[in-house]
Design a protein around this ligand. Structure first.
Ligand SMILES: Cc1ncc(COP(=O)(O)O)c(C=O)c1O
Length: 449
């Protein structure tokens, strides 16, 4: 029979006294004082303390591509090999031979870099073909490319919204849209997560007081933190009723769910029918990069000189365009459908095994399997235990979620096996229960379990 302390390789009483389980990134947002460098030191002390006590799971180093089994080194230098539910490569296309070959061919033809922003000679035949293919896939033919998904979300809002306009965001809208909204206007409204009524409720109120200015409503196809989806048809029709514009960020669902990979929009019968779609290549399409898709030529033309992260940033490189083009082709093929089925099969095994072990998952079946933990202390101990046992997933703390609402987010790939999902669920459930016990009875680390 082992004790709690045996199972937890760290010295729990030292850890509890160290302060490494306390505090959050939120404590260091406000800075004051005239010395910019000195103002950052308090944060660095907090970070170093967490690192020293083994509860700093961020910025780890991958020793290979983001496959289902990887070797990882943490920032303290600890190395582990294990199953990887921390990467975002839902169909496993980053390792696909066809995608790799396309990128290599592009390098051979163009080199590694296009050496210009899109408006200043940064397009290639590959990026132009990609725009066209994406327009077909999303069903909104006019596409503008961005160097990242973040740049796309930020750029489209910064380009289109002015300070008299309103932006209504789901509470969990991604940081790129939140930052874009805050840069564009002070009239930013947040609605309770996933509440159609919550979002829609703002529209008559805003319209009653302001008949002249624009309203942009922002949501996601699958939310990155909770793995759930809004009622997009209800949102789009409310937007039409109040002359608002709907923007849907499909970073996590395009390619990964829906008929022919058309995402939540396809699943909800809205393919090609919403106002603005923003996406990222970094979750399914094996590359950095992002895009905005619209049925309006005028919006496309306006974005090109007025979306700062498109206009003033280098275009995606030829190997990136080539990788995404090939990934798109696979996503829309029979092979893509088979990969999606594998992805959903493994995700289901993971979800069911976690639930059977008493761990509550958020969201609905799909590539994101988030476990809501709440207290950061619980998440930090649990993440350390999982890392030690070779299960890699992401501890999500503020600013990605609110303080006191941390999550252990697992992301599935089509290339995972059901056995890997089963193992990850067992270790995660064990770590969750043990972390809870350790925190509930901090003085009883010697207790037999
Ligand atoms: C919903 C959502 N939108 C946008 C992005 C940004 O995408 P990228 O990583 O391509 O910058 C992310 C990435 O985490 C995301 O989750």
């Amino acid at each position: 029979m082992s004790t709690l302390a045996d199972q937890f390789s760290h010295d729990l009483s030292t850890l509890l006294r160290s302060g490494a389980l306390e505090g959050s990134f939120a404590d260091f947002v406000q800075l004051s004082g005239k010395n910019l460098e000195a103002r950052t030191r308090r944060y660095d002390e907090w970070r170093s303390n967490r690192l020293k006590h083994g509860v700093w799971p961020f910025s780890t180093e991958l020793q290979s591509g983001p496959g289902p089994e990887v070797t990882v080194i943490d920032e303290a230098g600890k190395q582990r090999t294990g199953v990887n539910f921390a990467s975002q490569d839902y169909l496993g296309l980053a390792a696909h031979a066809g995608v790799r070959a396309a990128a290599i061919e592009a390098i051979n033809q163009y080199g590694t870099h296009i050496a210009g922003a899109p408006v200043l000679q940064g397009n290639s035949s590959l990026s132009l073909r990609l725009q066209k293919a994406l327009g077909e896939m999303v069903g909104l033919e006019h596409v503008v490319l961005f160097p990242t998904g973040w740049a796309a979300g930020y750029g489209v809002i910064a380009a289109l919204v002015r300070d008299a306009d309103h932006v209504v965001l789901d509470q969990y809208a991604h940081n790129c849209c939140v930052q874009g909204a805050m840069a564009a206007t002070r009239k930013v409204h947040r609605a309770r997560h996933l509440s159609t009524n919550g979002l829609v409720r703002h529209l008559p109120r805003i319209r009653a007081g302001d008949a002249k200015n624009a309203i942009l409503v922002v949501t996601e196809g699958i939310f990155s933190m909770d793995g759930d989806s809004p009622d997009l048809a209800a949102l789009q029709s409310a937007c039409r009723e109040y002359e608002a514009t709907l923007l849907v960020d499909v970073a996590h669902d395009l390619g990964a769910v829906g008929p022919d990979g058309t995402g939540s929009l396809g699943l909800q019968g809205l393919h090609g029918k919403v106002d603005l779609v923003v996406g990222s290549f970094s979750k399914v399409f094996a590359s950095n990069g992002g895009f905005v898709s619209t049925s309006s030529t005028a919006i496309r033309e306006y974005l090109r000189p007025y979306a700062p992260s498109h206009t003033f940033s280098n275009a995606i490189s030829p190997p990136q365009s080539a990788a995404v083009l090939m990934a798109l082709e696979i996503v829309r093929s029979v092979e893509g459908e088979a990969l999606r089925q594998k992805l959903h099969g493994v995700a289901q095994v993971l979800r069911e095994a976690l639930t059977a072990a008493g761990v509550v998952c958020l969201g609905k079946p799909g590539p994101i399997v988030p476990v809501l933990l709440g207290r950061e202390a619980l998440g930090r101990i649990m993440a350390a235990l999982c890392f030690d046992r070779g299960v890699f997933a992401n501890l999500v703390e503020y600013p990605a979620v609110s303080v006191g609402a941390c999550r252990f987010r697992m992301q599935v790939m089509a290339t995972h096996t059901p056995a890997q999902a089963q193992f990850a669920a067992e270790v995660t459930a064990w770590a969750y229960q043990l972390a809870k016990k350790l925190l509930a009875h901090p003085t009883s680390a010697g207790t037999a379990v």
